[in-house]
Design a protein around this ligand. Sequence first.
Ligand SMILES: [Zn+2]
Length: 68
Amino acid sequence: MIDTPGMRELGIVSADLDKSSSDIEEFAQRCKFSDYRHENESKCAVREAIENGLIDIDRLESYKKLQK
Ligand SMILES: [Zn+2]
């Protein structure tokens, strides 16, 4: 699947929600912090993935909701 910003705006992301937590979880497991916030820690694997465009910030928000 080709992931472009244009497709995101068309709502493809919502169809993608089911797997969203699992790929974040992959990064979260690599992260040395396990508080599930992944907000301001340097060397946070999840932040790094977001900065590299590997995961969407919205996905992190959904993921954090699931942790509660
Ligand atoms: Zn983290």
